[in-house]
Ligand binder design. Sequence first.
Ligand code: SF4
Length: 414
Amino acid sequence: MSQEKSAIKKIRATGAMREVMAEYFAELDEAAKTGSEKIAWCTSVGPAELLRSFGFLVYFPENHGALLGATRMAADLIPAATAAGYSPEICSYLTSDVGSYLSKTTPLTRAFGMESVPKADVLVYNTNQCRDVQDWLGFYEREWGVPMLGIQTPRSVGDLSDAIVGGLIEQHKALIPHLEEISGRKFDIDRLREVMASSHRCTQLWREVLRLATHRPSPITFFDCTIHMGPAVVLRGEERAERYYEVLIAELEERIADGVGAVDDESLRFYWEGMPVWGKLRDHAEQFAGHRACVVASTYCNSWIFDALEYADPFEGMARAYTEIFIVRSEDFKQGYMESMVRDYAIDGIIFHDAKTCPNNSNNRYGLPLRLREQIGTPFVVIDGDLNDLRLYSEEQARTQFEALVEQLQEQPA
Ligand code: SF4
């Protein structure tokens, strides 16, 4: 099959997003240099709202991990972490970030003029996504001698029982005295409610962005969404994230009204399961567009929708919101979720990315692709690769597998 590459359509709002992100990093840099405000590091689906309610500026190391992948710096930096005892087979966000720290090199310098990552006053994790986040922040706890706090969440959860939710509520409440001491501020439940309301509005706007891809042709691709989810990840709970998504939604609605798709002459629609291959985003976007194929939905980008943040009790809201997400759930839940996504987005085929250093976000390993095909008949391929470590990814193999799936779909009777 001939491989065509197609130009990627630029989203105008990207400029506004870059400004918002630059402002966010400038504030962190200033606080780290002057000590004007306290900085909390938080894992991506950790209790960011609680931290913001205490006035912390919140930094997300996974965002730095993604930058290390997207700039293709990761593979050069991982060996420094390996030399410090971190296996190249564990999370490559962790190893590239630790390698970056040990090598005193960060993509934040080129992107935002920062000499280094902002030093934390407190490190806060939630193991809802994996144990690696605790080990990751543990490196900085030892390095800087700053406190580390955490939430331990059970995994493979089917129904959220009262016992699970109750335990998580207590764990969130137990953080308060520590955060009061570190921040020097008293806990203010009204402030927490305000932050959570803003975070919930941000979630709803982000959901709207993703839902617009149910249109045919879709105005946005998964590859666009991995970039535009930045404010939902690092600025949820702040109004500027909401304002940004209003701008993005207006542009996407304009595309829909004008019949403009993100991919010209869209003919096939795909679901991407698993992490992006950050260093290959552009290549993948061009490759799919070259086949008039649009990746319209993904588990990854949907993971920043937190409906439960609107609960009247903010602690129950956080406990539920950060446990309801896909990565925490049982195989049966995941199958049901993907079946509904395939239906809602009119998906023709599924790409499972088996990210070698992230078993937590690779859902091809326990029979799910075959069960889905048996249940709803959706063809799939499994692409071997990694989020950051490009030494684990074969361009040729991925292309061949993807093209085989396209051929299979094109041969199917209409
Ligand atoms: S979920 Fe995967 S990519 Fe994310 S921190 Fe954990 S191991 Fe790393």
